[in-house]
Design a protein around this ligand. Structure first.
Ligand SMILES: Nc1ncnc2c1ncn2[C@@H]1O[C@H](COP(=O)(O)OP(=O)(O)OP(=O)(O)O)[C@@H](O)[C@H]1O
Ligand SMILES: [Mg+2]
Length: 264
């Protein structure tokens, strides 16, 4: 499957440590397994998608920082910053320099720079952007460039409020830069189903966002399992580390669902 502009999905949640990066890597892996051409863009200065996909930057390698550089003569086209990985998908890596862009360093027109760069990209079906845990410049640039938001949540007590806040940020972007943007996927990651709070967050999400099979946005849960942490330590997708683990199976199912909508 090839298209003109790829379907661009921002994997976002301003709350830290909820499973954005894990979900980006593992959904990306399974989307590629589904036969889609997948590019992951690591938009977080922590560069955890980059390390998690086993990519190490050499001194001369461009990262997203150079792609979005405020000075035109320093800028590198997105396609020149693409690295292949061992897992059937490609990556535009992040590095710590992105911190400068996060704090106002994108300069004039910066908010749309990623979107413009993605207009030039034609050889991918899906682009997943791993956003940092903040509603700052990088997340805004990702939202401006995206077709859809995939919101990642953990089943904590203040998650629903965080999701509402993300929805407001999406509305702000709709008003100006990107009228068609919507949260079209909601994923509950790192799910410990045995607790009452987890179950009530899950039930609330199904009620508010709609069950997937009924045409809603709720993609499902990814169970908490030590296999995810082990896979991270090995810098491989969980399906490579432990293919029959509950999280690997759940990410595969979720990716099938995302692929359905991308192909539709
Ligand atoms: N299903 C899971 N089972 C067990 N551990 C998990 C699971 N999902 C994520 N984790 C762990 O939780 C931690 C946070 O996950 P991750 O880095 O994906 O979150 P994040 O939202 O990207 O964080 P940040 O906001 O810092 O970017 C990681 O150590 C990860 O290995
Ligand atoms: Mg992350």
């Amino acid at each position: 499957m090839t298209s003109s502009r790829p379907r661009v999905i921002a994997v976002a949640m301003q709350k830290g440590g909820v499973g954005k990066t894990t979900s980006t890597i593992n959904l990306g892996y399974h989307l590629a397994e589904e036969g889609l051409a997948v590019l992951v863009i690591d938009a977080d200065q922590q560069a955890h998608s980059t390390s998690g996909l086993g990519v190490e930057l050499g001194d001369d390698d461009a990262s997203l920082y150079e792609v979005l550089h405020r000075e035109r003569q320093m800028r590198v086209p997105l396609r020149e910053a693409i690295h292949s990985t061992a897992f059937g998908l490609d990556l535009v890596p992040a590095d710590l320099a992105l911190k400068e862009l996060e704090t106002g360093g994108l300069g004039p027109g910066g908010q749309m720079r990623l979107a413009r760069q993605l207009d030039e990209v034609t050889d991918y079906d899906v682009v997943l952007i791993d956003c940092p845990p903040a509603l700052g410049s990088m997340t805004e640039a990702a939202l401006a460039a995206a077709d859809d938001v995939l919101a990642v949540l953990e089943a904590g007590p203040d998650e629903i409020r965080a999701l509402i806040r993300l929805g407001e940020a999406v509305m702000d972007v709709q008003d100006g830069l990107n009228p068609d943007l919507e949260i079209r996927f909601v994923l509950l990651a790192n799910y410990e189903g045995g607790t009452r709070v987890a179950q009530s967050v899950r039930d609330g999400l199904v009620r508010d966002w709609g069950a997937w099979d009924a045409g809603g946005a709720y993609l499902g849960e990814i169970p908490h399992t030590i296999r995810v942490r082990e896979a991270k330590d090995r810098a491989v997708p969980v399906a490579v580390h432990a293919p029959t683990s509950s999280a690997a199976v759940a990410y595969k199912d979720a990716a099938k669902r995302v692929a359905e909508r991308v192909r539709a």
